[in-house]
Design a protein around this ligand. Structure first.
Ligand code: XIL
Length: 339
């Protein structure tokens, strides 16, 4: 995809697909269409430290070497998250052999080791991912959710940013989450964007080194379309705090109709049209704001997308900008027109 002078267009990269000799098109597309890459999985804790104290940096280093050869920037994903943690860690905490002080040491060590290993090679780090609950969680009042808040309290967020900054002072440090594309009621009890805004403001007040807000951008055509100005307004509010922004994991999924094949030729498929419109709304909002540094899609072909494996009831799919045969869909063409 083309470039605005300073907007990076990225994709999540599936390392197995990148290495598959039977799928050369995947590799070719990553290198030619994108100016930034994110590891879809290989920088997550379960991959990096499958056994306590034993690090497996190989696959992530391969991605970094690939990016260097292709002159691409790398988004680091992810330092602190409640998902894809190694069993030694969750089991140890749950059975009481790892207590609170030790857990905090483990987190500090992990962040320090990982960020130092990649020092100078990561443009933006997702330091903390998905720390805030959703209105459908229990209790419905928005709160800090998940393993880390539960065991360390919400102070782990500030700690994580401080430890990451100490390990690589030049990397941009992001808080990353979904369903924060636009403001809602403005009440932090039920407006997740407002809750994250308040979090960022409090971190800055406490002189915590945070540089940006990552808005994942996992959308679905069944939820209707965002409006460009509404999304631009949210980016602008974060920029008003002095923060950078980025769309970090954009995809726009659809509920699959049993027996109906997706196709963008012949009859116009309304799902593909709605998907394209959502891709474009986020892109235009980002293009309109110089603080929005990058726009990353969470995979670019339906051949390698997390959506069908994750959203199964009802089955969802068609979330990326190219079909399973790498044929560009309306979303790709519309993005190209925007750029
Ligand atoms: C997903 C990956 O795409 C899948 O391959 C994996 O099985 C689960 O995680 N939010 C995030 C990403 O921050 O790390 C998730 O990636 C998608 C949701």
């Amino acid at each position: 995809l083309g470039l605005r002078h300073d907007l990076y267009i990225g994709t999540a990269v599936d390392m197995a697909a990148l290495a598959d000799p039977a799928d050369p098109q995947y590799r070719a597309t990553v290198s030619t269409e994108f100016s930034s890459v994110t590891a879809e999985n290989v920088m997550k804790w379960e991959t990096l430290e499958p056994t306590r104290g034993t690090y497996n940096f190989g696959p992530a280093d391969e991605l970094i070497a690939f990016a260097k050869r292709n002159n691409q920037k790398v988004r680091g994903h992810v330092l602190v998250w409640q998902n894809q943690l190694p069993a030694w860690l969750t089991t140890g905490v749950n059975n009481g052999t790892i207590g609170k002080d030790e857990l905090r040491d483990i987190l500090r060590n992990h962040i320090t080791t990982v960020v130092k290993h990649f020092k100078g090679k990561i443009w933006q780090w997702d330091v903390v991912n998905e720390a805030v609950s959703d209105p459908w969680d229990s209790p419905p009042t928005l709160h800090y959710k998940g393993f880390w808040a539960q065991h360390l309290g919400p102070g782990y967020i500030a700690d994580a940013f401080r430890w990451a900054r100490a390990a690589d002072p030049k990397a941009l440090l992001f808080y990353n989450d979904y369903n924060i594309e636009a403001f809602g009621s403005g009440d932090p009890a039920n407006d997740k964007t407002q809750f994250v805004y308040d979090l960022a403001k409090a971190l800055l007040r406490d002189r915590v080194p945070i540089d940006g807000i990552g808005s994942q951008g996992h959308l679905g055509t069944q939820y209707g379309n965002y409006d460009t100005l509404q999304v631009a307004a949210a980016l602008k509010k974060f920029a008003g705090l002095g923060l950078a922004t980025a769309f970090t994991e954009v995809d726009v999924r659809s509920v699959m109709t049993p027996g109906v094949q997706a196709g963008d030729s012949g009859e116009i498929n309304p799902r593909l049209q709605a998907s394209a419109a959502n891709y474009s709304v986020l892109l235009q909002a980002c293009l309109a704001d110089r603080h929005c540094l990058s726009y990353t899609v969470w995979g670019f072909t339906d051949k390698h997308s997390w959506v069908p494996g994750w959203f199964t009831n009802p089955p969802e799919g068609l979330a990326t900008i190219m079909d399973e045969n790498y044929q560009p869909k309306r979303a790709y063409n519309l993005m190209k027109a925007d750029l």
